[in-house]
Design a binder for this molecule. Structure first.
Ligand code: HEC
Length: 224
């Protein structure tokens, strides 16, 4: 009985194996984004085998935009400017000023801007300190820039400024707005008035001042 079963299995596997042929592997087929003879040769290339190949994907009609990616090229969110061409003085409606948004701005600023403009925005980044930049790296927290509209920091970051190249290819527009908002944070951090602080922060500041005074080294000459 066992021997019959084994024989049957052998016969079956023989049948199955002979059914395997390779022509499905080697048949003509279209692979996405690969060269192929399948479609019209919009941009023909000569393959290693000397044959002329076209694009394996159908050529896209001109000005095709991926679904969900339609953007108005004049949208202030993209350009940093309003319809009159003036730099935006407020964040565009697509972004909301939240703690997370500023955290994102801080992260991106520290990655892309701090090496030159400094973590504090004072223009004392490592590259600036080493003096290897053909023009001095400006401080972003100096007085003249406090009155610049926020769009100024967005568009300088995105498109570049003078000899500084733009970061539009490295960050999304949303991230660039976050960086611009974070530059405002840096500006405020170094130009704040005491009255801008919350009462409990003023209290904390007073305590810190007091503690600092108590930590002063004793004047031995006076004690003797
Ligand atoms: C490789 C060094 C370097 C990096 C990185 C860099 N900058 Fe600059 N930035 C400069 C220099 C240099 C100038 C002055 C260019 C000039 O005067 O031609 C400048 C100018 C500017 C200005 C104009 C300041 C003014 O005085 O009006 C702004 C705003 C600015 N940068 C923002 C940014 C932001 C935002 C980032 C990060 C996304 C960044 N920069 C990254 C070197 C740098």
């Amino acid at each position: 009985m066992k021997r019959y079963a084994l024989g049957g299995l052998l016969a079956l596997s023989l049948l199955v194996l002979t059914g395997c042929r390779t022509d499905m592997w080697v048949q003509q087929k279209v692979k996405a984004q690969a060269n192929s003879e399948f479609y019209a040769l919009t941009d023909p290339v000569k393959g290693f085998d000397g044959k002329i190949y076209g694009d394996g994907s159908r050529p896209m009609p001109e000005n095709t935009i991926a679904r969900g990616k339609l953007q108005d090229p004049n949208d202030p969110f993209i350009t940093g400017k309003d319809s009159q061409g003036n730099l935006l003085t407020k964040l565009p409606p697509q972004v909301k000023l939240t703690r997370e948004f500023l955290n994102k701005g801080q992260e991106k600023y520290n990655i892309f801007c701090a090496q030159c403009h400094g973590r504090a925005g004072d223009g004392k980044g490592m590259i600036a300190l080493r003096g290897q930049w053909p023009r001095p790296v400006p401080s972003l927290v100096r007085e003249q820039l406090l009155t610049q509209p926020i769009g100024y920091f967005f568009s300088s970051g995105k498109y570049g400024f003078g000899i500084m190249y733009g970061y539009g290819s490295r960050m999304t527009d949303e991230e660039l707005w976050a960086v611009a908002a974070y530059v405002r944070v840096l500006q405020l951090s170094q130009n704040a008035n005491l009255k801008d602080l919350a009462p409990e922060d003023i209290e904390k500041l007073a305590q810190a001042e007091q503690a600092k005074r108590e930590r002063q080294p004793r004047n031995l000459a006076q004690e003797n």
